[in-house]
Design a protein around this ligand. Structure first.
Ligand code: ZN
Length: 100
């Protein structure tokens, strides 16, 4: 029953300590008892969470985010410009009066 697994796994990040209502906690708990796949998923998630909690990532600081954003802008610009129009062609297109 794949759809059930999907429903359960979507709630795993909030299980067992998170902001999950009692109904879903019970659903998840009973599903984990019968489904090895979801149990493994839950274990891996718990491992990642405990790693993160043991060693929280330091805030990289404003310089990082500035770089990050610049890189993102560059990437977006590159994506938008494929294929790259040459500047004069764009200018001549813009100068052509629209008849429609
Ligand atoms: Zn499952």
């Amino acid at each position: 029953m794949k759809w059930r697994c999907a429903l359960i796994q979507r709630r795993l990040p909030d299980y067992p300590d998170g902001d999950l209502n009692p109904f879903w906690k019970r659903q998840v708990a009973s599903h984990l008892e019968v489904c090895p796949d979801c149990r493994q998923e839950a274990e891996e998630l718990a491992e990642v969470m405990s790693l993160y909690q043991a060693e929280p990532l330091p805030d990289p600081g404003p310089a990082f985010w500035q770089d990050f954003q610049q890189e993102l802008h560059l990437k977006l610009a590159q994506v938008n410009q494929t294929p790259a129009p040459s500047p004069w062609r764009r200018a001549s297109w813009a100068a052509t009066p629209r008849t429609r």
